[in-house]
Design a protein around this ligand. Structure first.
Ligand code: PFF
Length: 449
């Protein structure tokens, strides 16, 4: 059977940017920047994207493009054996862990769209909003209902296939997302005392750069660019032959970074305008911001558009993560694609329900915790700081040290028209700089330094 491909360059780019732009940009990036010193974090993040993210992204797209299959199959097609299939297996496992908490937060965004429509934030105090959020999260059925809704939305798009589902919807949703984020940025400028937010965000105080800031930025770069998990490999395998992969990688990384920076430009002026702590952590978007919207003139529309933005961004990302599972199961077990889709959706519903349940505090009878951390937190830490960077490292080690340089040169320079100079720089980073940086960070995390 002929393998599906994206129908147009714009469609392919929209799908890949859709995968990259997600909760990572709008929910995680602002709170990580807030916790890690604002501008200092941004500088380190930009360096991570440039020196690690772009080479890793180009490598992952190239592997998919060459191997024309899922993470396991692509490496088998290239090497003729199963040894490097570990990359695909790691990504496949990683996809369960990421989706485990991703669908939960994505479900919250739908609840918040609903609450915004009903005008439930208008005029409320911070305490009431916090209390409402907890009541919602610990409710016996409501969070699960939204998880089911989000899984159905994602599966619905994937049911229609690569071109008629993923590509078609990304082409609609991504421009919509850009329009909303730009609108909100402009709106933020006119908030009282918004300049304090910009000052915090662009305060490049180098003394704030610590090992923790670097690790947070690195994990975030991998998470945000959808790296190390086989998602970009799968999308790479659907890219039409001859498409310029180097240019595509740079475009994806630039647009993803742009949206993350813009999300901060929406969040921080609002936060400072109403004297709220920018280091509120993961609840920044779900508790702090509604508190701001509650007091703001026009807050009704701001909150509606904002949570719509979060939901749209999350959707184009869940599509790519679930696609990893569907394609892997369908191709590796020779299963009908639609059956694989139903199977994986049901499995994810169980995993996500456990994750959501694990958020209930221990004193209220919850046992799904480990080392005092909820399963939800563990999923987040395990993927951003271990699985994704490790997957990225293995992909780059394979391409840089075990794949023939002439073959890679042929694919990138002759077939997909990357310039000779860019190839040279990329190859140097692929072989030496990126793996070395990643190794140092891993050793640091293990406490070697
Ligand atoms: N890049 C997505 C985000 O920023 O929300 C998350 C993600 C998608 C991670 C796909 C990994 C992945 F394979």
């Amino acid at each position: 059977m002929k393998r599906s491909t994206f129908g147009s360059k714009f469609g392919m780019l929209a799908a890949a940017v859709g995968s990259a732009v997600g909760l990572g940009n709008i929910w995680k990036f602002p709170y990580l920047a807030g916790e890690n010193g604002g501008g200092a974090f941004i500088i380190v993040y930009l360096l991570c994207v440039l020196f690690l993210g772009v080479p890793a992204l180009l490598s992952e797209l190239s592997l998919g493009y060459i191997g024309r299959s899922n993470g396991i199959g692509a490496l088998r097609n290239i090497t003729g054996n199963n040894r490097w299939g570990i990359i695909g297996i790691l990504g496949f496992l990683g996809s369960f862990i990421i989706l485990g908490f991703y669908f939960v937060v994505a479900g919250w965004s739908l609840e918040f769209v609903y609450q915004s429509v009903m005008g439930e934030f208008v005029g409320q105090s911070g305490e009431v909003i916090t209390q409402n959020f907890d009541t919602f999260r610990f409710d016996t059925w409501r969070p699960y209902l939204w998880i089911v809704a989000f899984i159905v939305l994602t599966a619905g798009v994937l049911y229609a296939g690569v071109e008629k589902g993923i590509e078609k919807w990304s082409k609609v949703l991504m421009p919509m997302l850009f329009a909303i984020v730009v609108y909100l940025c402009v709106y933020s400028i006119f908030l009282p005392n918004s300049s304090a937010g910009y000052k915090f965000y662009f305060d490049f105080d180098f003394s704030k750069i610590t090992a923790d800031v670097i690790i947070a930025a690195l994990g975030q770069a991998f998470f945000s660019l959808s790296l190390g998990m086989g998602a970009m490999m799968i999308y790479g395998s659907y890219i039409e032959k001859g498409t310029n992969l180097a240019k595509t990688s740079i475009q994806i990384a630039s647009l993803d970074t742009l949206v993350a920076i813009l999300a901060g430009l929406v969040v921080f002026p609002a936060v400072f305008s109403y004297g709220i702590d920018p280091a509120a952590g993961p609840q920044l978007v779900f508790i702090t911001l509604p508190t701001v919207f509650a007091q703001m003139t026009g807050g009704y529309f701001f909150s509606l558009f904002f949570f719509l933005l979060v939901a749209v961004a999350a959707l184009t990302s869940t599509i790519s993560i679930l696609e990893v599972q569907i394609a892997t199961v369908a191709e590796e077990f020779k299963m009908n694609r639609k059956l694989s889709l139903v199977l994986m959706s049901v499995v994810m519903l169980v995993v996500c329900s456990m994750c959501s349940y694990s958020l209930i505090p221990i004193e209220e009878g919850n046992e799904l915790t480990l080392f005092g951390k909820s399963m939800f937190d563990i999923c987040d830490i395990l993927t951003s700081y271990i699985i994704l960077p490790l997957g990225g490292l293995l992909i780059m080690l394979f391409l840089g040290w075990f794949y023939k340089k002439e073959d890679l040169h042929y694919i990138l320079v002759v077939e997909t028209k990357c310039s000779e100079g860019l190839f040279k720089i990329y190859y140097f980073f692929l072989r030496f700089i990126a793996p070395l940086l990643l190794l140092v960070v891993f050793l640091q995390q293990l406490g070697v330094f």
